[in-house]
Ligand binder design. Structure first.
Ligand code: KG4
Ligand code: ZN
Length: 345
C-alpha cells in the first residue's frame, strides 16, 4: 500500500510517499519539504495568511517532486493522508483541501492525521526504531507533553505545559535577545559559546510533584536579566544568557522525562518535535539514560521538525494496525485544536 502524506499545519509544506511492508515499519520512498522561515523572518514570527497562501503555491510541485523521486505515479497512490490538526486553521485547510481533491480525482480514500501523532511516531523511520510501550516527550513550538504510548492510537497524557511550550520559551527568549526567528536553533547555536550556570534562571514546577511544565515565567526572567545587561551587552554576556536559558529549559525537560519513566516503570523514552533537535537536550537525556540502562530514541534530525514523512508514516501505521480506516469521503474538516489523547473523538 502506497500512502501519500501532506503536512501544512504551520510554516512548512511537507509531502512524502511511504509504502507499507508485510512486517515492520512502512518504508519511506521519498519526501520533500519547503520551509517558509525566510518569508516569515521579516515579521519575527509566522503570519498565518501568508503561510496559507504559500502552502497553496508549494504543495502540488512538491507532490510531483516526491513522486518523481520515488519513481512512482499518481495512479500508484492508494491512500492520500493529510494533517487534520492541530495547527493554523487556514494552513490546515490547504493541505486538507488538496488531499481530498486529489483523492477524489483518483477515486482513492483519504485519511486525516493528528500532527502530534506524526511527531510521536517519526522515530520509527530512524535506524534505531523504538518498540512499544514507551514514554514520549513531545516538544514542539506549540506543545510540551509527556505521554504514555502503548501502541498506535493508544496515548495517555501524563503531563503537559500549563502555559508556554518549550519551543515557545526558546523562540520568545531568542526574540527578546534579538536573535530573530525561529529562535530555537539560533539560541542553541549561541549557547554553545556560553556557560549554562552564568545566570540563575527559574525552573518552574521542577518540584511540583506532577509531570506538568510551565515556561511563561522563564521568558520574563530572561527579559529581566537581559535588561540588567544594559543597552549593549557584549558577546560573552549574550552567549552566557543563551546558555543559561537553554540550561533551564533542558533541565526541566530532562528531570520531568526521567520522572515520567520512573512513574510508569517504563525504560524507553521517545523524544520528538522540533525541540528534540536540540543538542544539549540530547546530550543530557543520553547521559541520564545511560546511567540507568534506559533507552532514548529520536527521529532522524531532518525529521525532528515538521515534515510530510511523519504524516504519511502515521497514516500508514494507523491503517496497518487497524486504529483507523481510510474512507472515500471527501467532505473535509480541520481541527486547529485537538488534544492527542482525544484522537478518536
Ligand atoms: O515541531 P516543530 O517543527 O513545529 C511545531 O509543530 O511547532 O517545532 C518547532 C519548534 C520551534 O519553537 C523551534 O524554535 C524549535 O522547535 N527548535 C529548536 C531547535 N530546532 C527547532 N529548539 C531548540 N533547539 C533546536 N535545535
Ligand atoms: Zn510540529
Amino acid at each position: 500500500m502506497n500512502v501519500l502524506g501532506i503536512e501544512s499545519s504551520c510554516d512548512e509544506t511537507g509531502v512524502a510517499l511511504v509504502t507499507t511492508q508485510d512486517s515492520g515499519t512502512p518504508r519511506l520512498r521519498a519526501h520533500a519539504l519547503h520551509s517558509q522561515v525566510q518569508m516569515h523572518e521579516a515579521y519575527g514570527g509566522v503570519v498565518p495568511e501568508l503561510a496559507s497562501r504559500d502552502h497553496i503555491r508549494r504543495v502540488l510541485p512538491l507532490t510531483r517532486q516526491v513522486l518523481d523521486e520515488a519513481g512512482a505515479t499518481l495512479a500508484e497512490v492508494d491512500v492520500v493522508a493529510f494533517t487534520r490538526g492541530p495547527g493554523l486553521a487556514g494552513a490546515l485547510l490547504v493541505g486538507a483541501g488538496v488531499a481530498c481533491a486529489l483523492a477524489a480525482a483518483l477515486g482513492k480514500p483519504v485519511l486525516g492525521v493528528h500532527h502530534l501523532e506524526g511527531h510521536l511516531l517519526s522515530p520509527f523511520l530512524s535506524a534505531d526504531a523504538p518498540q512499544f510501550p514507551f514514554v514520549a516527550l513531545l516538544v514542539s513550538g506549540g506543545h510540551t507533553q509527556l505521554m504514555r504510548v502503548d501502541g498506535v492510537g493508544r496515548y495517555a497524557l501524563l503531563g503537559e505545559t500549563i502555559d508556554d511550550a518549550a519551543g515557545e520559551a526558546f523562540d520568545k527568549s531568542a526574540k527578546l535577545m534579538g536573535l530573530g526567528y525561529p529562535g530555537g536553533p539560533a539560541l542553541s547555536r549561541l549557547a554553545e559559546q556560553g556557560r549554562g550556570d552564568a545566570y540563575a534562571l527559574p525552573r518552574p514546577l521542577l518540584h511540583s510533584g506532577n509531570l506538568d511544565f510551565s515556561f511563561a515565567g522563564l521568558k520574563t526572567a530572561v527579559l529581566t536579566q537581559h535588561r540588567k545587561l544594559g543597552p549593549a551587552p557584549d558577546a560573552t554576556q549574550l552567549a552566557d544568557l543563551a546558555a543559561s536559558t537553554q540550561a533551564a529549559i533542558v533541565d526541566v525537560l530532562v528531570k520531568k522525562s526521567l520522572a515520567a519513566l520512573k512513574a510508569t516503570g517504563l525504560q524507553r523514552l521517545v523524544v520528538s518535535g522540533g525541540v528534540g533537535a536540540n543538542a544539549e537536550l540530547r546530550r543530557q537525556l543520553n547521559a541520564a539514560a545511560q546511567r540507568r540502562g534506559w533507552r532514548v530514541h529520536y527521529p532522524e534530525l531532518a525529521l525532528c521538525t515538521d515534515n510530510g514523512a511523519m504524516i504519511a508514516l502515521a497514516a500508514a501505521m494507523r491503517l496497518q494496525s487497524g486504529a483507523a480506516a481510510a474512507a472515500k469521503t471527501y467532505a473535509f474538516d480541520v481541527r486547529p485544536r485537538w488534544p492527542l489523547d482525544q484522537i478518536d473523538s
